[in-house]
Design a protein around this ligand. Structure first.
Ligand SMILES: Cc1ncc(COP(=O)(O)O)c(C=O)c1O
Length: 439
């Protein structure tokens, strides 16, 4: 252990490097992290005072801007009242009010709210509700369908229903079997539906878990409302429990409150997190229909949903989620979502004919394209590091997924900030033209 005075001579980033293990980071080659001191609006400021535009909303979390004064005020009020209380046999106002307000926003078929801590756990709970539903009604089913490119989180259940890749390889023996179907991106819709129909025909499928309209970590892959409508229609007809993972796409990202608001079929289970608290605190929510809840509601103790986390229903997280919903009730938030959506459309026209830009796609505030340079498309491609380093030098946080560049801003981002991001992307494309031989 180093003594206190030698620690004080080091920068915060150096001290971090000595003691912290960061997520999704190869610690040997990643270099020193950027130490963030504070945030305001769409900007983050480091310890040296450099400002960065957070163009990916800090891993798709932030909705209304960093250190939002209203969210901070509500959080502080709650911290001075009740920071936490056990959530079995006890309850509190923030949890009850949040559940009521979420159910008002969700489709009418949603009847119950179960709290957890993050996106992965919201999916774990969704899967458990689905499997135990079949178990409790005396018709146990274990088959689950998911998209090949899906990402639902990093806990074992969530990993199991995610696409298999280098990320999951070390854990492959521990993941349960899942029936993977092709992601229905343009041109693959029919194939996906055929695979789905084939799998469900024997009536032994418990559930279908999916990211509605956009698969995030899989590469911001987008698919149509028509095919989602068809898939959920098949679920309904064939008694397959549908589990919508709205962790990334919920809370306005696609232009509507929930991504599944774009279609008429309604999922049986919703998984929510990230934008749920405006990205301010860790909170997960899983909601379900009355039918599913009723399969657990019994005099038989063995039918209980045996799941819970110490921090379940945390009052601080629930309060800040309520405050975030207040902001979503304001026209200003939706005007901003529309403004960003329209600006993205104009920018898309500027780059759509660039020969390095492939599969340009947009839904709501999410704009993505692939850099086409002829080399292998992979998360581990060195184009990824080139792009990341380029944007850091420009003081813009745009963390590509392999060769996929995407913008996913907080709704408060200004026109000027967006213009800066667009200019940087155009500059990146010019630089790649010059440097492309190194990839
Ligand atoms: C669609 C989706 N589901 C689940 C998760 C997991 O959420 P968390 O990182 O909060 O566990 C993510 C995270 O990015 C996600 O994008």
């Amino acid at each position: 252990m180093e003594n206190k005075s030698s620690q004080q001579q080091k920068t915060l980033a150096e001290r971090d490097h000595a003691v912290i293990w960061h997520p999704f980071t190869q610690m040997k080659t990643s270099g020193l992290p950027i130490a963030i001191a504070r945030g305001e609006g769409a900007r983050l400021y480091d310890e040296e005072g450099n400002e960065y535009i957070d163009a990916i909303a800090s891993w798709w979390m932030n909705s209304h801007g960093h250190a939002h004064p209203y969210l901070a005020k509500k959080l502080a009020e709650q911290a001075n009242t009740l920071e936490h209380a056990i959530f079995a046999n006890f309850t509190h106002r923030p949890a009850v009010e949040l559940a009521e307000r979420l159910l008002e926003k969700l489709p009418e078929n949603q009847a119950r709210v179960f709290y957890s801590d993050n996106g992965s756990t919201s999916v774990e709970v969704g899967l458990k509700m689905c499997f135990q539903y079949w178990h409790n009604i005396g018709n146990p089913k274990t088959k689950i369908i998911a998209f090949k490119d899906a990402y639902h989180g990093d806990t074992f259940g969530a990993m199991s229903v995610g696409g298999r890749s280098a990320f999951t390889e070390p854990f492959a023996p521990f993941l349960f079997d899942v029936e993977f179907i092709d992601t229905p991106v343009a041109g693959k819709e029919e194939l996906c539906i055929q695979q789905f129909e084939e799998l469900i025909k024997d009536g032994d499928v418990a559930g279908f878990v999916f990211e509605p309209l956009i698969l995030g970590a899989g590469g911001m892959l987008m698919y149509s409302t028509t095919v989602l409508e068809q898939l959920l229609g098949l679920c309904r007809k064939n008694n397959v429990v549908s589990i919508a993972d709205e962790v990334m796409v919920g809370f306005g990202r696609t232009g509507k409150f929930f991504a599944t608001d774009h279609i008429s079929q309604k999922p049986d289970i919703f998984c929510l997190s990230k934008g749920l608290t405006g990205g301010t605190m860790a909170l997960g929510v899983t909601t379900c229909t009355k039918d599913i809840f009723n399969a657990f509601y019994s005099d038989n103790k063995y039918k209980t949903l045996f799941h819970g986390h110490s921090c379940t229903g945390n009052p601080l997280a629930c309060s800040v989620a309520l405050a975030s919903l207040d902001l979503f009730d304001k026209n200003e938030t939706w005007d901003n979502i529309l403004r960003i959506t329209n600006k993205h459309k104009i920018f898309s026209e500027e780059i759509e004919n660039n020969r390095l830009v492939g599969n340009l796609r947009q839904r709501g505030v999410i704009l993505a394209f692939d850099i086409v340079i002829g080399s292998e498309v992979s998360y581990f491609n060195n184009i990824r590091d080139y792009v990341w380093e380029f944007f850091v030098r420009q003081k813009i946080i745009l963390r590509p997924l392999g060769n996929t560049v995407y913008i996913f801003p907080p709704y408060c981002i200004t026109d000027e900030e967006l213009e800066k991001v667009y200019r940087a992307i155009k500059q990146l494309l010019t630089n790649i033209e010059v440097d492309h031989k190194q990839f």
